[in-house]
Design a protein around this ligand. Structure first.
Ligand code: ATP
Ligand code: MG
Length: 309
């Protein structure tokens, strides 16, 4: 059974003038135990909104979320946070500067359980060790740690309630490349040891190619292409996936290297998305019908794809 199943999820933000931003617009996917699902797409395509909706930090507008077969509406927040936790992009922003490391790590434990201070300190020491920090650092404040160490703290905190699923929203984007690799390897190690499942959000296709089993490519709140990494990275189908791979310079295939560039570099506003296929205004291979017909999500060559061509 999948640990997380999302069906036709929509999260809309009402804004001034009676308009709505359709930040997440009909997404469906599943996450299997011990697997990583990468979510990629340009800034503003709805990645963080998806993460926040899964964490109940934003309310969904429509659709269903199942955590291990149980629908989110049937779960208390406490139950939900024992199942799914989140690691944020900027460790300094997301860690309370006035709390010591042990208090930061065990914050979810203090809120959701009756653990004593002694138990919390013991748990914090164990987790510090697990994520590669020295246990004597438990009395230090976040500013006394380096960027990479702070992200280790954030990861330790996300693990304190023994969740099955972690949502990692750009967890290495704020770090130097050499530190990124250390954190990615830590995440891989933890996944193996603790049978964790990850939703890994990133702008960086090479990072997602390294860490994920499956990848979902988003465009203006919708799925463009979704499948196993081998399909997405080695034989992409959707023109948007191809342009992303081309600009990331990570594909050795001639088809990708020679694929035409985006027509317009500007992402359309999600307040006023284009007609038909949302991507047609920038798509280098669009046909007339692409501006008129909304492409359905179909299975083509073993992956889900939304393209008329
Ligand atoms: N609270 C809000 N109210 C209104 N619109 C919002 C709100 N939060 C996000 N949005 C809009 O929803 C869309 C999706 O935003 P989101 O933060 O989910 O994108 P993202 O893919 O995470 O981008 P980035 O890569 O920059 O982090 C954007 O157009 C954004 O401006
Ligand atoms: Mg974001």
């Amino acid at each position: 059974m999948s640990v997380l199943k999302v069906e036709n999820l929509k999260t809309f933000y009402p804004v001034k003038g009676g308009k709505v931003v359709k930040a997440v617009n009909n997404l469906s996917f599943t996450l299997e135990e011990n697997q990583t699902l990468g979510i990629v797409g340009e800034s503003g395509c709805g990645k963080s909104t998806l993460a926040k909706t899964l964490m109940a930090l934003e309310e969904k507008t429509a659709g269903s979320i199942f955590f291990g077969g149980k629908e989110s509406a049937q779960m208390s927040l406490k139950e939900r946070y024992q199942y799914i936790q989140m690691v944020f992009q900027d460790p300094l922003d997301s860690l309370n500067p006035r709390k010591k490391a042990w208090e930061i790590i065990t914050d979810p434990m203090m809120i959701n359980t009756n653990a004593s201070k002694k138990e919390c300190i013991k748990k914090a020491s164990e987790l510090m060790e697990l994520v590669g920090l020295r246990t004597e650092q438990i009395y230090k404040y976040p500013h006394m740690f380096s960027g990479g160490q702070r992200q280790r703290l954030g990861i330790a905190r996300s693990l304190v309630l023994n969740p099955k699923v972690l949502i990692l929203d750009e967890p290495v984007s704020a770090l130097d490349v050499s530190i990124q690799a250390q954190i990615l390897n830590l995440l891989k190690k933890l996944q193996k040891e603790m049978k964790l499942s990850y939703i890994f959000i990133s702008h960086d296709l090479s990072v997602v190619n390294y860490i994920a089993d499956k990848t979902l490519v988003m465009y203006l709140g919708k799925v463009s292409e979704y499948g196993h990494n081998d399909q997405i990275f080695n034989s992409p189908y959707h023109p948007y996936t191809k342009t992303l791979l081309k600009s990331a310079h990570i594909s050795s295939s001639n088809e990708i290297k020679e694929f035409p560039k985006l027509i317009d570099t500007e992402l359309p506003s999600p307040l006023n998305p284009p007609s038909g296929c949302f991507f047609h205004t920038r798509c280098p291979v669009a046909k007339d019908e692409c501006s008129k017909i909304i492409p359905p999500v179909e299975i083509k060559r073993e992956r889900e794809v939304s393209c008329l061509l």
